[in-house]
Structures are given as C-alpha cells and as structure tokens.
Design a protein around this ligand. Structure first.
Ligand code: COA
Length: 175
C-alpha cells in the first residue's frame, strides 16, 4: 500500500528480519505495556504454525524500516481469529500515522483472507480508533493471567459468524 506521506507498507521478507528485530527492540524500550522480549517473540512466531506471512507487514521509507505489525493465528472455541502483536514504530517516527496505517492495512488483508475477528492486548485509547472494543462483547474471553480491561477485539467482516470462547494464543506467546 502506498500512502501519501512517503512510506509504503508491504509484506516482510527475510531481508528485513534484522532491521525488524532492532526496530521492535527500540520501539518497546519505552513502551507502556512491554515485557522486553517482543523482538525475540517475533523471531519465534515466524517459525511457528500460527505465522501468516501475508500478515507480517513492514512500513518502509527509502531503505529504512520504520514500522512493523504482526497478526498471528489464535483460537477461540473452535474458531480461528487473529492476535495483533506486536505493533511497533521507530521512536523517532511515532505519532505520524505509521502505526495506524499498519493496523488498517493488516485489517484489509485479514478481511481478504477471510478472518472474521482480531484481538489485541494494549492501550484501549489507541486501539478504539480502529474499532476495537472490549473483547467480551464479541464473546471472546481472556485467560486468567491477562488483564481483561486491556483485552479488545474487532469484528473484521460483516459475515463473520458468532464466536465464543477463551482465546488461545500461539504457544510462542507463553500464555
Ligand atoms: C503505539 C505505536 C505503535 C503507535 O504508532 P504511531 O505510528 O506512533 O501511532 P499513529 O501515528 O498511528 O497514531 C498516533 C495517535 O495515537 C496516539 N498514541 C500513540 N501511542 C499511544 C499510546 N501508547 N497510547 C495511547 N495513544 C497513543 C497518539 O496520541 C496519536 O493520537 P492523535 O492521532 O489523536 O494525535 C507506537 O507509538 C509504538 O511503537 N510504541 C511503542 C511500542 C508499543 O507500545 N506498541 C503497542 C503495544 S500494544
């Protein structure tokens, strides 16, 4: 996807792995919600069954990788859904619309791939702008170790059937 401000959003390739590692590490250094291992989580997720290459996206300007988002396959009940994590933008380029563009492009591709729902654990204020709301409203519950107030979900497709159950993340999340 081309956006007017000069960056493009495209699927990640193996040539991006090093830059993405450094970007995710640096973005989360000062993040409100973090565990310090987000960059290693990405490395592990790429090798796992939950990885969806079309939903591993970078924002690039010139030669530089400025942002990254990953949606992986999760489950609720018997149904697949997506887990958005992580989302990272280079500290020097935050608040310029890059994170929003990554999320929106991820949603567009996810709809095309047929996914009905995505869930995220993060800032309710930030993710509300994309339509995320309390996941319980969509029938998606959290395991006890996750704070329910920061767990949100979005219905991506109008034809998505109801979903009901506790989210099961890819095992790499260690949840
Ligand atoms: C959160 C993050 C991905 C947002 O990306 P971004 O490109 O800076 O965001 P955008 O430019 O698309 O959106 C900016 C808007 O989000 C708001 N915003 C940015 N970070 C926010 C946060 N942590 N909490 C609440 N609002 C936030 C800004 O106030 C701004 O609002 P405005 O448009 O009304 O001015 C980026 O700041 C980042 O990488 N942070 C560190 C890692 C992180 O916390 N990732 C998310 C984990 S859930």
């Amino acid at each position: 996807m081309d956006v007017s401000s000069g960056f493009v959003i495209r699927q990640e390739t193996p040539e991006d792995y090093e830059a993405v590692y450094e970007l995710v590490r640096s973005a989360f250094l000062t993040a409100e919600h973090r565990d310090g291992n987000e960059q290693d989580l990405v490395v592990a997720l790429r090798k796992g069954e939950a990885f969806i290459p079309q939903l591993s996206l970078v924002a690039q300007e010139g030669e530089e990788i400025l942002g990254y988002v990953l949606f992986t396959r999760a489950w609720a009940g018997e149904k697949p859904l997506l887990a958005l994590a992580p989302l990272a933008v280079s500290p020097k380029r935050q608040r310029q619309g890059i994170g929003s563009a990554l999320v929106r492009e991820g949603h567009r591709i996810a709809r095309e791939l047929g996914y009905g729902y995505a869930a995220v654990l993060g800032s309710t204020e930030y993710y509300a702008r994309f339509g995320y709301a309390a996941a319980g409203r969509h029938g998606i519950q959290v395991p006890p170790e996750i704070p329910p107030e920061n767990f949100m979900a979005i219905r991506l497709r109008e034809d998505a059937g109801p979903i009901e159950g506790t989210i099961v993340y890819a095992r790499e999340f260690g949840i």
